[in-house]
Design a binder for this molecule. Structure first.
Ligand code: OAD
Length: 252
């Protein structure tokens, strides 16, 4: 169990004194057994995911990229939300002005019960026609032939953001708006290396927000944080939910 002390300022802010935003990354799903991008175990068939999550890789070999994404979907489907995901759903229910912004595409926040989620990098569970841009829920049966095609005959692609691509405009605008208004921004389980998501903490701080990092390791964000809570999200986020009165002490 992580032994971290929360400051009085953080406790006050968690009691609903102003808008609260949480920004999450792959580390929040690590305790559900899903590998982070830059941590150990991140390779797929010896390849760096970063070489597969690109428009170029898809143009070269859409079948291979789809195999990678179907593998990631199978991993995510087999995983269960952990204590951090559950605590975030409780925080949303108990703090009047609360927004969850995530870089994760695994769907575990949704499955834990979070309702309003800004998905900066899309989701594994939807597909998009490369010609029409129409996005639909992915209802392909398991083991359907790869790569899948739209009814129009063109390729379907995962509705996720790849390296070199722009984020969904409305999602980033909503996240930046919330960051600017926030009294408290908590950044959990992200290396803070991937932009523009990584710019949100600085945006919030420049408008006066209190900035907290939850991560077992030091990151690019640590020097900017007002408070650093070193430990796994599955232990620390429930402590924050307790301090907010969102869950009873010991009910993790
Ligand atoms: P990274 O893999 O870059 O970073 C994961 C972070 O989680 C690291 O800082 C770890 O120290 C931390 N971590 C590990 N275990 C943890 C735990 N139990 N609790 C809390 N933190 C833990 O993943 P992201 O920062 O999410 O983008 O990566 C950002 C983006 O880069 C991803 O959304 C993805 C990737 O390429 C796209 O696919 C567009």
């Amino acid at each position: 169990m992580a032994s971290v002390a929360l400051s009085d300022r953080l406790r006050t802010l968690l009691r609903g004194n102003g808008p609260v935003v949480f920004l999450t990354g792959a580390g929040v799903s690590a305790e559900s057994g899903l590998a982070t991008f830059r941590g150990p175990g991140g390779l797929w068939r010896g390849r760096d995911p970063m070489d597969l999550a690109t428009p170029d890789a898809f143009a070269r070999d859409p079948g291979l990229v789809w195999e990678f994404y179907d593998w990631r979907r199978a991993q995510a489907a087999a995983a269960a939300p952990n204590a951090a995901h559950r605590a975030l759903a409780e925080l949303e229910r108990s703090i009047p002005e609360f927004l969850l912004v995530t870089q994760n595409v695994d769907g575990l926040h949704e499955r834990a019960g979070s309702r309003e989620i800004v998905r900066l990098h899309g989701t594994l569970w939807r597909v998009r026609c490369v010609r029409e841009g129409t996005e639909i829920e992915d209802l392909r049966p398991r083991l359907a032939p790869l790569p899948p095609r739209c009814v129009c005959g063109e390729l379907l692609r995962p509705a996720v953001v790849w390296f070199g691509e722009a984020l969904p405009e409305d999602a980033f605008a909503a996240a930046a708006r919330a960051a600017r208004r926030s009294a408290l921004l908590v950044v959990a389980g992200t290396s803070s290396l991937v932009y523009p998501a990584a710019s949100l903490p600085a945006i919030a701080k420049s408008e006066g927000a209190y900035l907290v990092e939850v991560n077992p390791e030091a990151t690019a964000l640590s020097p900017l944080a007002d408070e650093v809570l070193r430990g796994p999200a599955g232990e620390i986020v429930p402590l924050l939910a307790e301090a907010a009165g969102a869950i009873r002490e010991g009910a993790r």
